[in-house]
Design a protein around this ligand. Structure first.
Ligand SMILES: Nc1ncnc2c1ncn2[C@@H]1O[C@H](COP(=O)(O)OP(=O)(O)OP(=O)(O)O)[C@@H](O)[C@H]1O
Length: 267
């Protein structure tokens, strides 16, 4: 049924932004569970793409496949193409450490290291080969600024990251990812575990960040998708039922199932 519907979907051609990642016919399996089915969508450059859909429909699996985090799951298998900079990211020869620097990830639960605020950013920099205290200090400051956290933490950089509030911890995790100068940032429900005020700050932050980084965000919050996403993909049972510019999807969805989901009739 859904497959028939999907054949009628005409994915829009890139308009303003060019495409940074082109996903073609992606399939993800966990042993016999076919979690992502023949998904083909573009990820636009310097844009926010929201992935929406009911629980278990494959959003996180899709997201994790982009920077090969699914490799860490025993029994997970991916097929298809994720084209980025002329290469298929699913190619076994890819250096996944380098890939994850360029395509960073932020998780649902803030996961700072149990170290100081400063070390949370400096440590990955040192690990990735960046040397020189002055240079590292500059990047730490710049990343905290970009993540709209510098003002709140500049006098307590040596304190434990675990002393920060949940919202601040999440912005620290974003700063940590930004320090490695990613081209793409994947965010898996980044505001679902934090309070509404911090959540609003992160939304503002993402709107600022998209001027320089391409963002893909999984969210269960329809208002959030409507507020910040330029494009939205609606997943259902592993398939992308509909992909469109967000204002179109939220005001004039092509399929009843999308409309029902957006209006909270199931989920
Ligand atoms: N690590 C895993 N091992 C085995 N199966 C998994 C794993 N992660 C996800 N799955 C399965 O893949 C399917 C898609 O799950 P996924 O987490 O990608 O969906 P989702 O849309 O992100 O869900 P949610 O909104 O609840 O986070 C589900 O059937 C799920 O049980």
């Amino acid at each position: 049924m859904l497959t028939q519907l999907k054949e009628k979907v005409i994915y829009p051609e890139p308009k303003k932004q060019s495409v940074i990642i082109e996903v073609n016919d992606l399939n993800v399996y966990y042993k016999n569970n076919h979690a992502v089915k023949n998904v083909s969508i573009p990820i636009r450059e310097r844009s926010i793409t929201a992935l929406i859909g009911p629980s278990g429909c494959g959003k996180s699996s899709f997201l994790r496949t982009i920077n090969r985090m699914n490799d860490l799951i025993a029994g997970a298998k991916c097929q298809g193409e994720i084209m980025y900079d002329g290469i298929n990211l699913l190619d076994k020869k890819i250096d996944v450490v380098a890939l994850r620097k360029e395509i960073g990830m932020v998780f649902q639960k803030p996961n700072p290291f149990p170290k100081s605020i400063y070390e949370n950013i400096a440590m990955p920099l040192k690990f990735s080969g960046i040397r020189g205290k002055t240079r590292i200090n500059e990047i730490v400051e710049e990343s905290l600024f970009q993540a709209a956290l510098l003002e709140e933490v500049k006098d307590r950089l040596t304190q434990s990251a675990l002393s920060l509030s949940g919202g601040q911890q999440q912005r620290l995790c974003i700063a940590r990812a930004l320090a490695l100068k990613p081209k793409v940032l994947l965010l898996d429900e980044p505001t679902s575990a934090i309070d509404p005020v911090s959540s609003a700050k992160i939304e503002d932050l993402l709107l600022t960040l998209k001027k320089q980084v391409s963002l893909v965000i999984v969210t269960h919050n329809m208002q959030q998708a409507a507020r910040i996403a330029d494009q939205t993909a609606f997943f259902y049972e592993g398939e992308v039922v509909e992909y469109d510019d967000t204002p179109v999807m939220f005001t004039n969805p092509a399929f009843k199932r999308t409309e029902d989901y957006i209006n909270g009739r199931f989920g």
